[in-house]
Design a protein around this ligand. Structure first.
Ligand SMILES: Cc1cc2nc3c(=O)[nH]c(=O)nc-3n(C[C@H](O)[C@H](O)[C@H](O)COP(=O)(O)OP(=O)(O)OC[C@H]3O[C@@H](n4cnc5c(N)ncnc54)[C@H](O)[C@@H]3O)c2cc1C
Length: 440
C-alpha cells in the first residue's frame, strides 16, 4: 500500500513524517521546494517569510516541544513586544491590555464599554448572531469603535455582521476584567499569554521548520509536480501533472479545496455550488530592505487606520540574521478578496503605497534599498454565515470518495502550523490503523 500525500506544506510534510514508519508514502508538491505557506526567501542578505510574518507558539505543548526539537539548535526565543498604531500613538497589544496608554477620554469610553459588556453578559440575553455583535458583546463599544471593528474590517474585507462567530473565542480570548481595569489604571498586564514568549528559527526564516521536517523524511518528496488530474483506478488513484501519472492505494489531500475539486473533475452541482461559496482572502506581503539599523524594538505593529496595510513586522527583532548588519528587514501585510480591484494592482503600485504610508514613521523612503511584493492567493479563510454548512457539504463529499484531507485550505479552517501538525498527527494515526479519513 502506498499513500500519496498531495501538497508539501507543513501539513503534507508532517503527515508523511508521521506515516513513514507505518506505510509507504510519497509527497507531491507543485513548487520547487516544499514549505507552502511557511516558505521564506533570502535576497541581498535580507530574509523574509513570503506569506506574512510567522512565529512559533502553541497551546499544544506536545506539538510545541516537537517543533522545538525539530528546529534545535536553529532556534531563538523572543518576548512579544507588539503595538497598535492608534491615531499616531503606539498602544500596547492586545488593545484591552494597553488602555492606560490612551488619552483619558478614550480610556474612559473603553472602560465604560467593557463594564457594560460584562453587565450585559451577567444578565444573560440572546447570544451574538454574527462577528460584529460578538465583538461588541465581548469587548464593549469603546474598544470596538476604536480598534476591533476598524481593524477586523480591514483584515477580513468582509462585513463583520456577515461573519460567523464559531471561531472567534479561540482566536480572541478576553482577559479577566481585573486585568483590563489594571491596564486602564496604568498597571502593566499581559494578554494572549500563550503567545507572549514565542520562538523563531535563528536562520532561514520560518521555512526552517518545514525544512527540518523534510530533512527527516525517508518518504519520497517529488517537487515541481503540479497536480492537474486525480482519477480513481483499480480501487486506488491515478494522480497526474499532465506529463506523468503516479498510482496510489490511498490519497490524502492538503491542497486548497478548489484545487482538489478541479483535479477530481466531475463534481455534483450541489457540491460545486457549496465550494463556490467558500470565502477566503489573498495576501500581499511587501518586503522592504531598509538601510538603517535599530528601527524599533517592537516585534510587529497593527494598523486599524487608513494605511493600506494592517500589519508591519520588524523581522530582525525575530532573529538578527534576517537582515545584514546595520540594516532592517520590514514586512507589510495587506489582505484582499481574490479578484478584487486591489488584487489587480501592479506590484510596483502596492510597494509605492506601502512606502508612502511608512514614510516618516520609522524611516524615510530614501532608506528603502530593496522593495519586493509577494502574492499569496490563499492566505486567510473567511467565515461567512454559510461557511460551516458549505464546508460540511464539500468535505462530506470528498470524504465519501475516500479521500482524506488535512490542512488550512484542505479543511478550510483558520488554523496555524501547530494545529496543522496536530491534525496531521491524528490523521496519520487513523490512516495507519486503516480507519477514518477526516483531519478532525
Ligand atoms: C499571513 C499569515 C500569517 C500566519 N502566521 C502564522 C504564525 O504566526 N504561526 C503559525 O504557526 N502559523 C501561521 N500561519 C498559518 C500557517 O502558514 C498555515 O497554517 C500552514 O502553513 C498551512 O500549511 P498547509 O500545509 O496546511 O497548507 P499550505 O502551506 O498551503 O500547503 C499546501 C501545499 O500544496 C501545494 N499545492 C497547491 N496546489 C498544488 C497542486 N496543484 N499540485 C501540487 N501541490 C500543490 C502548495 O504549493 C503548498 O505547498 C499564518 C498564515 C498566514 C497566511
Amino acid at each position: 500500500m502506498t499513500i500519496g500525500v498531495l501538497g508539501g506544506g507543513i501539513s503534507g510534510l508532517s503527515l508523511a513524517y508521521f506515516l513513514q514508519d507505518h506505510v509507504e508514502v510519497e509527497v507531491l508538491e507543485a513548487a520547487p521546494e516544499p514549505g507552502g505557506l511557511l516558505s521564506s526567501a533570502t535576497v541581498n542578505g535580507y530574509t523574509f517569510d513570503l506569506h506574512g510574518g510567522h512565529i512559533l507558539f502553541s497551546r499544544d505543548r506536545e506539538v510545541l516541544e516537537l517543533e522545538k526539537r525539530l528546529l534545535r539548535p536553529n532556534l531563538v526565543e523572543c518576548r512579544r513586544n507588539t503595538k497598535i498604531w492608534y491615531r499616531d500613538r503606539r498602544v500596547k497589544y492586545p488593545f484591552e491590555n494597553g488602555l492606560g496608554e490612551l488619552p483619558p477620554g478614550d480610556r474612559l469610553a473603553c472602560l465604560q464599554g467593557v463594564v457594560e459588556a460584562h453587565l450585559r453578559q451577567a444578565q444573560g440575553g440572546p447570544p451574538p448572531r454574527n462577528f460584529h455583535e460578538w465583538l461588541l458583546h465581548t469587548f464593549g463599544e469603546g474598544i470596538c469603535r476604536r480598534y476591533l471593528w476598524p481593524y477586523n474590517e480591514k483584515i477580513w474585507k468582509h462585513p463583520l455582521d456577515g461573519m460567523s462567530t464559531h471561531w472567534a473565542g479561540a482566536r480572541l480570548p478576553l482577559p479577566p476584567l481585573e486585568d483590563i481595569l489594571k491596564s486602564a489604571m496604568g498597571i502593566p498586564t499581559e494578554g494572549y499569554t500563550h503567545q507572549l514568549n514565542f520562538y523563531y528559527p535563528r536562520r532561514g526564516g520560518f521555512q526552517a521548520l518545514a525544512r527540518a521536517v523534510a530533512r527527516r523524511l525517508r518518504a519520497r518528496v517529488t517537487t515541481g509536480f503540479r497536480i492537474r488530474s486525480i482519477r480513481p483506478r483499480g480501487g486506488g488513484w491515478d494522480v497526474s501533472d499532465g506529463r506523468e501519472t503516479r498510482h496510489y492505494t490511498r490519497i490524502a489531500s492538503t491542497l486548497p479545496i478548489p484545487t482538489l475539486l478541479q483535479a477530481l473533475g466531475d463534481i455534483p452541482p450541489g457540491v460545486r455550488r457549496a465550494a463556490r461559496g467558500l470565502r477566503h482572502n489573498s495576501l500581499y506581503a511587501v518586503l522592504l530592505g531598509v538601510d538603517k539599523p535599530g528601527l524599533d524594538d517592537i516585534s510587529w505593529c497593527y494598523f486599524p487606520g487608513p494605511e493600506l496595510f494592517h500589519k508591519i513586522s520588524f523581522m530582525n527583532n525575530y532573529s538578527p540574521t534576517m537582515a545584514p548588519r546595520g540594516k532592517s528587514a520590514v514586512m507589510a501585510e495587506i489582505t484582499t478578496p481574490p479578484g478584487s480591484p486591489l488584487w489587480g494592482k501592479p506590484d510596483s503600485w502596492v510597494a509605492r503605497r506601502v512606502i508612502e504610508d511608512l514614510h516618516g514613521k520609522w524611516f524615510h523612503r530614501r532608506d528603502v534599498e530593496l522593495a519586493m511584493v509577494h502574492r499569496t492567493p490563499h492566505a486567510y479563510v473567511v467565515y461567512d454565515l454559510q461557511s460551516q454548512r458549505n464546508i460540511q457539504t464539500v468535505l462530506g463529499y470528498i470524504h465519501r470518495r475516500s479521500i482524506a484531507t488535512t490542512g488550512r485550505f484542505a479543511e478550510w479552517e483558520y488554523i496555524n502550523s501547530d494545529m496543522c501538525i496536530r491534525r496531521a498527527w491524528e490523521l496519520a494515526k487513523r490512516m495507519a490503523r486503516g480507519r477514518g479519513l477526516t483531519g478532525q
